[in-house]
Write a protein that binds this ligand. Sequence first.
Ligand code: GDP
Ligand code: GDP
Length: 436
Amino acid sequence: MTPVIALVGRPNVGKSTLFNRLTRTRDALVADFPGLTRDRKYGNGALGGKAYTVIDTGGISGDEEGIDAAMAEQSLQAIDEADIVLFLVDGRSGLNVADEAIANHLRINQKKTWLVVNKTDGLEEHSAMADFWQLGLGDPHPIAAAHGRNVTALIDEVLTPFPERDADIPLDTGTKGIRIGFIGRPNVGKSTLVNRLLGEERVVVFDEAGTTRDAIEIPFERRGEPYVLVDTAGVRRRKNVSQTAEKFSIIKTLEAIKECHVAIMVLDARSGLVEQDLHLLDYVLTSGRALVLAVNKWDGLESEAKDKMRAQIKRRLGFADYADLHFISALHGTAVGDLYPSIERAFASANSHWSTNRLTNILHDAVEQHPAPMIHGRRIKLRMAHQGGSNPPIIVVHGNQTESLSEAYKRYLTNTFRKVLKVRGTPMRFEFRSSK
Ligand code: GDP
Ligand code: GDP
């Protein structure tokens, strides 16, 4: 597993500053999990061939009531998800009652905790740290996050017990087939769905040991086509309901998204849409991953409940309407097989290649149907379009004054490309470039 480092401490000790320093080394997939006051942030970083994930939190003031309590809740969840806790204190303001309250919590928590004294720039290290010994969390480690002082050495030491592993494991592992990952809140039916899918198909290998990756891969075949089920949350192992429910983990979700070609987001028709569903979907969208939506537990629902769920989806999932939507029952197997054509289409769409000629023709036809507006008496010209990347597909449109295109007109163009190219199940990105 990639080690997960949580940054905790009271507000203003320098957690964000350290977070930025630790994650700016690479194209960190950063997810914001909104809290009441401040987001819980997830970022990736690497040091000397070791990858890690960092979680920044709102902070704990030690006097948790109201809004502070919500911040504390964020911190506690971060600690829960982490392998390592960096407890930051402020070397300039010295020991504070809030620090003591947090230390009390961390001492009863089982997580490996490092006491980090920040803002030691321009201070005499020994006297800056003297106060903090009494927290009973072992040696204080002096750093200056803002200047990077001692930060690399600290992280190097923190990561010592973790083996070196490639920071950028390529998706293509040699196992053939589309890699399908599952995301969704606990209890929506992921485990039931996975077992249903595998129960109906021929599982070629099930090799739980011997994997060095974060995910368990389960190759299987359906109608002669190879697929790989990617299980990051261990949903396969929970075969019956008496086993304790999976804990909600953003880390697991981000991993699942990273490891798969197509993500199946499972929603629960019985509990309806909730905020967490929307956040998870937001991660998928940001990651650019291909997506299929499965509304589960559709069996035995009153038509009123079905209408309510449909209306909720229509109202709140507009931003994910690029994805196919299926109403299924994992428990009974209803409509589960329909997921496959959508998986195929999403994968194919995400990895499509179109010629510049074709894209430019689509652009010209679109402009002919509905000309771009005039700006200061001059018509915006859109000359050509080419593909700038795939998975997700990127379409680059060239012209002049493209910066003056209205959002509505851009939407018209992007919808046209989507429709004509029959792209389903993947986000698309559009760039508009101007040449004077
Ligand atoms: P957070 O609330 O714990 O996330 O704290 P921030 O990262 O927002 O930092 C709070 C303040 O401390 C900001 O004004 C930072 O510029 C400052 N700060 C952070 N790290 C250092 C440091 O190493 N030295 C000094 N002198 N100031 C720092
Ligand atoms: P997970 O935590 O997302 O893996 O969810 P589980 O697969 O463990 O399912 C949670 C609960 O929902 C279990 O009691 C399942 O039996 C039940 N469940 C799963 N799928 C369905 C379904 O299609 N219909 C109904 N009625 N219940 C389901």
